[in-house]
Ligand binder design. Structure first.
Ligand code: UD1
Length: 422
């Protein structure tokens, strides 16, 4: 079994290029099947979740060619009956829920297993279902499957009780070719929501307001393939920013949109580090001592829940007590047990608040990635720790981080993948 072995303590220095956002690409790729003609999508990250999606598309009959970070998707061979072939893949990942919206839009029906993905506590899809029903579908959950049928989809006014990235993108997918106008209130504003909407608009959709609370979708009769480039991944960019601070390094992170990282930049400056923004890059110079701060995760433009785990590592190292309040997911502090094995002192209270006592010297240990973003945090902890850290659970990390070992090695880290016998 492959694990990452790190000899920590080296400040990271140099440049790193960040490709497109996982969560944007995972909305865009299923959107591409709504057109009858091919799309060419650039800047697609080379990660396991995308490979999984490519497999799903091929198994339902699409032709998908991959050349580096570019995908060419020809949906003309897709046949509804093939969806029985993608049950295994759809169970593996959270974002397989976008196949519900896309297939419902294209065929007015879909029956697939409920989605998998990271265990972050209860992750209901009730708002996805509510939106499909508002558009005119009959939806049933039975024996671990979602089964939705609609004679026709009709535009509707939909209010989301909670801001949800998944429900917002999925409803756009379902409503883009519905008859009439759909209005989404309390929509998610994440850059990947805007990117999925932009892609569909390039295909001929009429979606306005993505990036605000209210999105208006005027249904169109057909969509056509287009050329598109996926928005840079602000979560991976933020992860490198924090790796620079943790190791007291100096990294230039290229190919990104600094505005998408304002909540992170503000916190890192508050922690005493230097952050210099360029048009499409950010330079982070980690300064010691790291100052203690408090963070509350919020929907965009608030501090992203997907970056609270690397932030937790910084808080272990900071001088003084810091606190994270996790407002999005109920169970996202499993990683602190792993940090404890390295000598961190962290108290989790009420399930959604973690207090980091700070001033900890992390020591190398055998630790595990408990989920995707926790995995990114474990690697940063290993980069800082004294001695050897062995990180297991790479299947989580590979789902979302492109060549994480190669990228950190190019920044001067002593890091490699090693195959361990069981
Ligand atoms: C997406 C991202 C994930 C990120 C999260 C929050 C993808 C593939 N994944 O996940 O990386 O951590 O946004 O930014 O894009 N909720 C409901 N009912 C629903 C849907 C959501 O109660 O029908 C709740 C969730 O339990 C959670 C909150 O709404 O508490 C936000 O979840 P959501 O934005 O939907 O997250 P995901 O789409 O699962």
């Amino acid at each position: 079994m492959e694990k990452i072995v790190i000899n920590g303590g080296k400040p990271l220095k140099g440049e790193v290029f960040v490709t497109g956002a996982k969560n944007a690409a995972l909305g865009i790729i299923p959107a591409a099947i709504l057109a009858e003609t091919p799309s060419e999508i650039e800047n697609v990250p080379d990660i396991q979740d995308i490979k999984n999606y490519i497999t799903m598309l091929r198994k339902i009959g699409a032709t998908v060619e991959q050349d580096g970070n570019t995908l060419r998707i020809d949906p003309s061979g897709i046949h509804y009956d093939n969806i029985v072939n993608i049950e295994e893949e759809s169970r593996k990942m959270r974002a397989s829920y976008y196949m519900y919206g896309a297939l419902l839009s294209k065929y007015r029906r879909v029956m697939l297993p409920l989605p998998g993905g990271c265990d972050l506590g209860a992750r209901p899809i009730d708002m996805h279902i509510k939106a499909f029903e508002a558009l005119g579908a009959k939806v049933e959950i039975k024996n671990g499957y979602l089964n939705a049928n609609a004679e026709k989809l009709t535009g509707a006014d939909i209010y989301f009780d909670i801001t949800s990235v998944g429900a917002t993108i999925n409803t756009m997918l379902a409503a883009v070719m519905a008859e009439g106008t759909t209005v989404l209130e309390n929509a998610a504003k994440e850059p990947h929501v805007v990117d999925a909407a932009n892609f569909m608009n390039y295909m001929g959709a009429r979606i306005n307001g993505a990036g605000t609370d209210t999105i208006k979708i005027r249904g169109v009769k057909e969509l056509f393939g287009c050329n598109y480039s996926v928005v840079p991944d602000q979560i991976r960019a933020g992860t490198y920013m924090m790796a620079a601070v943790a190791t007291g390094g100096d990294i230039l992170i290229k190919g990104i949109i600094p505005e998408h990282l304002e909540s992170v930049t503000a916190k890192l400056i508050e922690m005493g580090s230097k952050v210099i923004e360029y048009d499409d890059a950010i330079r982070v110079i980690g300064m010691k001592p790291i100052k203690a701060v408090n963070v509350r995760t919020m929907p965009h433009p608030g501090f992203p829940t997907d970056l609270q785990q690397p932030m937790g590592v910084l808080m272990c190292l900071a001088k003084g007590t810091s606190m994270i309040t996790e407002n999005i997911f109920e169970s996202r502090f499993k990683y602190v047990n792993e940090l404890t094995k390295m000598g961190a002192r962290v108290t989790v209270t009420n399930g959604n608040v973690a207090i980091f006592h700070g001033g900890d010297k992390l020591m190398g240990a055998r630790i595990n990635a408990t989920d995707l973003r926790a995995g990114a945090a474990m690697v940063i902890a290993g980069l800082v720790a004294e001695g050897e850290t062995i990180v297991g659970g790479l299947e989580h990390i590979d789902r979302g981080y492109e060549d994480i070992v190669g990228k950190y090695a190019s920044l001067g880290a002593d890091i490699k993948k090693v195959n361990f016998e069981e």
